[in-house]
Design a protein. Structure first.
Length: 708
């Protein structure tokens, strides 16, 4: 009876294009958006395609096709690069407990964009790092013709177990022709990529119907489920699959289909663009009346009044001076606002009190004990733009000058209201961490609320910071029931920290100093993060107009005791860690590549690689991976030498009733790992100096004329 019903479903799905065509509806669907395959990346039913999401797309999906349920969190980190964390649970029913879990990191890289005569070409790796059971690589080609999108490709590993052809890479090196295990407890890695005696062929087509959001998919895959047949005598379905995908809104996809005549599949995907999140600039309107640029110049210069006037908007100017032709000042930045916006506001206050002859306004941005390049702005450009409506931000940029060569000794200001300004700028973070990377648990999660702020300066030299953490919810209670608790935990005792309702997140004093606008240092001591206290420092060289930055950091850490109130005690276990760091901006894809080499908290040695993408609305996307010489042993005898994750930070300042400096931080990364762990630096010099950077100036320069 079940088989008969399934055949009816298949016939109905397969016949849909005929009914649509017979209706002779004249207009095709307005959009031809690709949708995910069963394992997560964009594709057909069971096979991937060469299609890519929009830049910055974050997509979460859950799908089922016997014998697996896949949960995927993926992000289009750049136009040619897709990264996803996937958890594949061995179960025939989405409501049943999983027999085994097979996590992995999936990648897709577009090699060639589609042209008029050429197809799009993409290279993909499933479980590039992760469990071997799901590992496979593919080269996919996709070409659209009217309402049809055709896909074909070749696959290795899981995507090539049909063994249609010899592996063509064997001619390059014998390494690629080695026997490839399709299962096992040791993790997948680069040594297995594109290996195996044989490869498989796959292909299919997606038809976008005239009904908006509805498409029909047909494909033939090359996965023959060899590992499943060996493990539990799995009944392998036919290689072909049919399905329907419906998108009722841009943020949702629903799919239903069948593989062969005896397997039903289903999928639900939710997605959104990080760059479309409400702009943090919407939070500029804080109820204060903004000064307007005077239409006529005043008779005498009054530098002190410029500072007092700016104070009313919490624009903090100091050392305001003029020589008749030039007025210059230092400006303490508020990180919640863009630097160009604050430069524009400061320029108005300075111009209103610069006297009749001053033509240039020179402002040096500062933050804590750091300072950036001085910015020289022409007064006449602001007068033309704001009083005569004849100028623009582009004209101000054309005449602006940035001086990164001067050395400046400035004095920290300690006016009383600045303490309240720091409280006003306190950062509120809703921290949500999930893990799709556990082999002994399903989806683990933890939710916490963090409140952090900078305190008053001590002796005019040291800055202070403090933060509280409220652990709202978690399901980590049994995280060590199977894997066991480490004798000297680094982060494997996270369940004990999560069980503490209220705790001190950090409490520290810091000395920061800029030798030049491009060379900075910091020294920090105290409770540095949730699990560690200690003492350390960092140096950073960040040339203003260059794409690279170099730095180094070193820490002496003490493990905090989760059994003491507020986690204020220490266990007595210490470690020395340190890293050499490098950053490089990739302008063609608007990404920042970060690499680190050094010693981690478990005294293991290794390297980390991260890709970061910043959006103008303040959102930040990051994908990262770490490899070290120490392994975390899983409950099934395998080892894990890598640590990987995805992070997304979304600002909330543009929403009603939300604090101006509020944010949501979503993290998809493993819980309770001891290898590959770094200290969470509360004052990263790279992040502190981001408002000084050339890229920040370019991204936000239009804010310089914002009046709200």
């Amino acid at each position: 009876m079940f088989g008969f019903r399934l055949r009816v479903v298949i016939i109905g799905i397969a016949s849909l294009p005929l009914f649509v065509t017979a209706g002779r509806l004249p207009v095709y669907a307005q959009s031809f958006d690709a949708s995910p395959s069963i394992a997560g990346p964009l594709g057909l039913n069971t096979v991937p395609s060469a299609r890519m999401d929009e830049d910055g797309m974050l997509r979460a999906s859950v799908s089922t096709l016997d014998p697996y349920v896949h949960s995927t969190l993926g992000v289009q980190l750049a136009p040619p690069l897709y990264i996803a964390l996937r958890q594949s649970a061995e179960t025939s029913d989405i409501n049943d407990n999983a027999r085994r879990l097979y996590p992995g990191v999936d990648l897709k890289l577009r090699l060639i964009e589609e042209g008029r005569a050429r197809p799009a070409i993409a290279l993909g790796l499933q479980s590039a790092v992760g469990h071997k059971r799901m590992a496979g690589e593919y080269l996919a080609l996709s070409k659209r013709y009217k309402a049809f999108d055709f896909t074909g490709g070749i696959g290795w590993g899981r995507y090539g177990s049909a063994a249609h052809l010899d592996n063509p890479l064997k001619s390059l090196h014998s390494h690629f022709g080695q026997d490839r295990p399709l299962d096992g407890e040791n993790p997948s890695g680069p040594a297995l990529w594109f290996t195996g005696e044989k490869i498989g062929l796959f292909g299919g087509v997606e038809y976008f119907t005239p009904f908006e959001g509805l498409s029909f998919k047909l494909d033939i895959g090359a996965d023959r489920y060899e590992a499943e047949k060996a493990a539990f005598a799995y009944n392998v379905p036919a290689p072909w699959a049919v399905g329907l995908n419906y998108s009722p809104a841009r943020w949702m996809d629903i799919s239903v289909g069948a593989q062969g005549t005896d397997k039903i599949m289903g999928r639900l995907s939710l997605q959104g663009l990080a760059g479309h999140w409400r702009d943090k600039a919407a939070g500029y309107g804080d109820g204060f009346e903004r000064a307007k640029l005077n239409p006529a110049r005043t008779g005498t210069a009054q530098p002190s009044r410029a500072a007092l006037s700016a104070d009313k908007e919490f624009i903090i100017l100091s050392d305001v001076q003029t020589d008749g032709l030039d007025m210059h000042a230092s400006m303490k930045l508020r990180p919640v606002l863009s630097t160009p916006y604050q430069l524009g506001r400061a320029a108005i206050h300075m111009a209103n009190h610069a006297g009749p002859s001053a033509e240039s306004l020179k402002i040096t941005p500062t933050l804590m004990g750091l300072y950036g390049p001085s910015v020289l702005l022409m007064r006449r450009d602001f007068e033309r733009a704001l009083t005569r409506k004849q100028g623009s931000a582009e004209e101000i940029w054309h005449n602006a000058e940035f001086d990164a060569s001067s050395r400046k000794l400035f004095h920290k200001q300690n006016r009383f209201f600045e303490f309240w300004n720091e409280i006003f700028d306190s950062q509120w973070t809703l921290d949500q961490q999930i893990s799709l990377s556990e082999e002994d648990h399903g989806v683990l999660s933890r939710t916490a609320l963090l409140a952090e702020a900078k305190g008053p300066s001590l002796f005019g030299l040291l800055d202070t910071g403090y933060g509280l953490r409220w652990n709202a919810a978690h399901n980590l209670k049994g995280i060590n029931a199977v894997r066991g608790r480490a004798e000297h935990p680094v982060r494997s005792d996270i369940d004990l920290f999560a069980a503490r309702g209220l705790a001190v997140e950090n409490l520290y004093s810091a000395f920061t100093h800029s030798f030049t606008p491009e060379l900075h240092m910091s020294l920090i001591g105290g409770y540095l993060e949730e699990m560690y206290g200690g003492l350390g420092g960092e140096v950073l060289y960040r040339p203003f107009r260059k794409r690279f930055a170099l730095g180094a950091e070193s820490w002496i850490t003490l493990k905090r005791n989760p059994l003491v109130p507020l986690n204020m005690g220490f266990t007595g276990e210490g470690a020395l860690s340190g890293h050499v760091n490098a950053w490089y901006d990739l302008p063609s894809v608007d990404l920042t590549l970060k690499g680190s080499v050094g010693r981690y908290l478990a005294e293991d040695v290794g390297a980390s690689l991260a890709l970061q993408k910043r959006f103008r609305n303040g959102a930040l996307l990051e994908g990262l991976v770490t490899f070290t010489d120490k392994s975390d042993i899983d409950p099934f005898g395998g080892v894990t030498q890598s640590w990987n994750g995805l992070r997304l930070t979304l600002p909330l300042g543009g929403y009603a009733y939300a604090p101006e400096n509020a944010q949501i931080r979503l993290r998809a990364e493993p819980f309770g790992r001891d290898s590959g762990q770094r200290l969470d630096n509360p004052l990263s010099l790279y992040e502190l100096t981001e408002p000084f950077s050339y890229s920040h100036m370019v991204r936000y320069w239009d804010d310089i004329l914002m009046q709200d």
